[in-house]
Write a protein of this length. Structure first.
Length: 274
């Protein structure tokens, strides 16, 4: 009986170790974007056993333009940004934001001679917003600067259909393309208006909306299905999609000369096509 118990314990431990190895391998491809731009630290970001994204402290801090300092005496990291100060300590789940103590559910660690900090706790302590995309394993850090902008309602008008999409999302007005959205890293490369159609090349397809304001003041929008790519994508086994070249190809409900303004609406912001 004792032998059976021992064998059972050994089997459970072996399965646990195998699972841990598989977990570590599957969590090594997490990508981090700060205000729409991907960063590439020398020690890659990873998701730890507490399901928290860990990243070298200088990587995000420098991408934000923050000031950072490492204190060897008490093994702490201090980050200053936009009037905020965050301090974390290696091995401790307590940290401070502007001197006020807070608690997180994981701890900073040393990995490959780099101080790895919990991204969400520190970024949110600095006033940033953090979003996780399970679909493509990306973490989006959105700074307080990127969160500012003219509300779409003020630019696009009081149209009910428009407001049903916009809320208080900001409108970006780049003077030229390509332009990368600050919040979710969508890149708009260029566009071409043809006879009653418009083609827009973008880096991804994720249910973006093309909104057009006509010269008579009326609006309409179109959110094309993937079929609008006209052979530009492949549906893989399991339902995932490979986009060969990202392109909106949309029929217009008006003549090109009737268009006053065009916007691409993506989650979190609108981008006016220059």
């Amino acid at each position: 009986m004792k032998k059976k118990i021992v064998m059972l314990v050994v089997t459970i431990l072996a399965l646990a170790l195998a699972g841990a190895t598989a977990w570590a391998g599957s969590n090594s491809n997490v990508r981090v974007l700060v205000d729409g731009r991907e960063i590439h630290p020398d020690v890659p970001a990873y998701i730890n056993e507490n399901n928290r994204t860990m990243i070298p402290y200088r990587a995000v801090s420098e991408a934000l333009g923050a000031t950072v300092d490492w204190n060897e005496a008490d093994r702490s990291v201090t980050v200053w940004y936009e009037g905020r100060t965050v301090v974390v300590w290696i091995g401790k789940n307590t940290y401070t934001v502007n001197g006020q103590q807070k608690v997180m559910d994981t701890v900073p660690v040393i990995k490959n001679d780099r101080t790895m900090i919990p991204l969400r706790a520190v970024a949110e302590g600095l006033g940033c917003r953090v979003e996780w995309s399970q679909r493509d394993w990306k973490v989006y850090v959105i700074s307080s600067k990127a969160l500012t902008g003219t509300p779409a309602g003020e630019i696009l008008g009081g149209n009910t259909l428009v407001n049903s999409y916009t809320g208080t999302w900001p409108v970006r007005t780049p003077t030229s393309l390509p332009f990368t959205t600050l919040q979710y890293g969508l890149t708009i490369y260029d566009y071409q208006i043809k006879d009653r159609t418009v083609d827009v090349r973008m880096s991804t397809f994720n249910s973006e909306v093309l909104m057009i304001k006509k010269k008579d003041g009326t609006w309409y929008n179109s959110a094309p299905s993937k079929e609008a790519y006209a052979g530009a994508y492949t549906i893989n086994p399991g339902g995932t999609v490979t986009v060969h070249y990202p392109l909106y190809h949309l029929d217009l409900s008006c003549n090109p000369q009737d268009i006053a303004e065009m916007y691409i609406g993506t989650y979190g912001e609108f981008v006016k096509l220059p």
